[in-house]
Design a binder for this molecule. Structure first.
Ligand SMILES: [Zn+2]
Length: 311
């Protein structure tokens, strides 16, 4: 038996391609410096059910003269380790704080990568309890979705909790943390870097990716009003999507979707539509404005419809 040279050539080409793809996966952990000392790693817009790799949310860090605060750690120990390695290429200063903007697994499961740094872990006053309640389900889900990539990922609870607000000093740089009542979740926290006037919103703000609800839609809209009142924001880092210098428009864009969702579900209930019918119809006018719209919008309706039925 003998193969044509073309066969070997094709084999060689595909091997080279495979190796190149593998090295890209290993090395490709991009960081963008969005202001002096403020670094963001952008997650990709993958759905949990569709090729989730534990790296879908925006995570990053802020560097002061004394040390560093990490803001969200990614969806797995592996993602947290990659963030830490990227951080260490930029600064050798101690990692003083790891802040979690809320409970969701794509934001917290990299925490363990920073344990050896002995930082304060910081979260909303309700975060520790939410972590305790969701731990079994989140660990199971992470293993099912990420397999080997989830090894070593664990729930690391806050050592400092924020009831209303808190100021952290990174050395010649202060971070103002603000807790919110039930909104995107019941554990939402924003981080404002005074020096650069950069606001990290966590998932109170989605850009491009369809906003997903896990808290209280009316509380979320109220939080958006509150954020709209802030006048000194130069730029905002959303939980998902690109950094924006037009914070007000981004808030309006999200509020428009959430308001329509609320209106359409209320109207559907009034008209006697079933939840299934409502899942196919509510907020459809927004479908062209967002990524992953159908899956996320259906989940939002699935959560909201039963709650609004009893309004
Ligand atoms: Zn979230």
């Amino acid at each position: 038996m003998h193969f044509k040279p073309a066969y070997y050539y094709k084999l060689l080409v595909s091997l080279v391609f495979l190796l190149a793809a593998a090295s890209v996966v290993a090395a490709d952990f991009s960081l963008e410096q969005v202001a002096n000392g403020v670094y963001v790693h952008y997650g990709v817009h993958e759905d949990l059910d569709d090729g989730y790799h534990g790296d879908i949310s925006n995570i990053g860090f802020i560097i002061g003269s004394k040390g560093v605060a990490v803001i969200d750690s990614g969806g797995s120990l592996k993602t947290g380790q990659r963030l830490r390695a990227a951080l260490r290429e930029i600064t050798a200063l101690p990692i003083l704080y790891v802040i979690n903007t809320h409970i969701h697994p794509d934001h917290i499961f990299g925490n363990a990568a920073f344990l050896a740094d002995q930082p304060q872990f910081i979260g909303h006053e309700k975060l520790a309890n939410a972590m305790e309640l969701r731990k079994p389900a989140y660990l199971k889900q992470g293993q099912q979705l990420l397999h080997d990539d989830f090894v070593g990922s664990d729930i690391i609870k806050p050592t400092v909790s924020v009831a209303q607000s808190l100021v952290l000093d990174l050395g010649q740089r202060k971070l103002l943390l603000q807790a919110y009542p039930n909104a995107h979740t019941n554990t939402d926290l924003t981080v404002f870097d005074e020096t650069s006037a950069t606001l990290w919103t966590g998932d109170l703000l989605f850009i491009e990716r369809t906003p997903s609800l896990d808290g209280d839609i009316k509380g979320w809209l109220k939080a958006l009003d509150q954020l709209q009142q802030l006048k000194n924001i130069k730029q905002a880092v959303p939980g998902h999507g690109p950094v924006t210098r037009d914070f007000s428009s981004a808030l309006n864009h999200e509020a428009r979707y959430l308001n329509l969702l609320l209106e359409d579900i209320r109207a559907a209930i009034k008209q006697g539509k079933t939840m299934e019918q409502t899942m196919d119809s509510a907020a459809q006018a927004e479908s062209g404005n967002w990524q992953l719209f159908n899956a996320v919008n259906r989940r939002n309706i699935n959560l909201l419809y039963p709650a609004l039925e009893w309004e």
